[in-house]
Write a protein of this length. Sequence first.
Length: 271
Amino acid sequence: MKDILSAPFMREMCDMADNMYRLGWDERNGGNISYLLYDEDIAPYLSADKVIRRIPTGFSAPELVGKYFLVTGTGKYFKNVKGDPERNLGIIRIAEDACTAELLWGFSNGGRFTSELPAHLMSHTVRLRHNPKNRVIMHTHPTATLAMTHVTELTEKAFTRLIWGTCTECIVVFPDGIGVLPWMVCGTNEIGEATAKKMEDYRIVIWGMHGIYGAGVDFDEAFGLIETVEKGAQLYMMYSHLPIVNRITDEQLDEVAKAFHLEYRKDFLGQ
C-alpha cells in the first residue's frame, strides 16, 4: 500500500484547511469539510475491509450506503490539519444500516467526525441528485459574510441581489443565487434538514449570524463559490454606509447573463 499522506485528495484537504485558517475563516475549531471519495481513490492506500471502529452518525443516509468520505474531526482546529492529518481527519464509509460510519483511517486519538456530519450527509444526498459529480461540502465562517447577515434582510432575493451588485463576476459564478437561513442552533439535524432543503435550489447556503455552506464537484468549485460571496460581502460592507454614486443595474446584470449564456434567477432583480 502507498502512504496515504501522499494521496492527492489528502494533500488537497490539508492545503484547503490550512488556507481557510490562514484567511481567518475558521477560528479555533470552527468549520468543517467533507469530501466524497471513490473506490479507486482509496484502493492504493487503504484496505476497505479493515474497519478501525464504528461510530453512530445520528442520521439515516440510505442513498449514501457504501460511500466513502474524508471528513474533518469534531473539536479539531484547521490550523493543525496539515501538521497532523491522522489526528484531525478521518476516512469513513457509510455502513449497510445507513446510520453508522465505519472508520477506515484517521481520528487517531479516539476522535470522531464533525458534529455537523448529518448536515453534510443530507447536503451530499441532495446535491448528488442534482449533479452526480458533486464531491465536496464545505462549511466555514467568512468574516464579511457574517457581518453582512447582521445588516441585511435574510432572504435569498435581498442577499443575492446585493452581492450580485458588488462585482460583475458574482452573477457569473453563482447565477443560481444564494440560499439563506435565519439563525438556528448549529450541530442539529434540524439545521441540516433546512440546509439540505435549500441545497435543492442553491449550491451556497448562508446560515444567519453563523457561516456559509458551499457545494461543488471539487475543492476549487466549493471554495470558489464561498470566496466570491465573501469578496462581494467585503465590498458591500466597505461601501454600504457611504453615498452610492454608481451601482450595477438590473439591465447590466441581464447583459452579463446574456453574454455568458447564463440561466439566472431573474426574479431576484428589482431590489
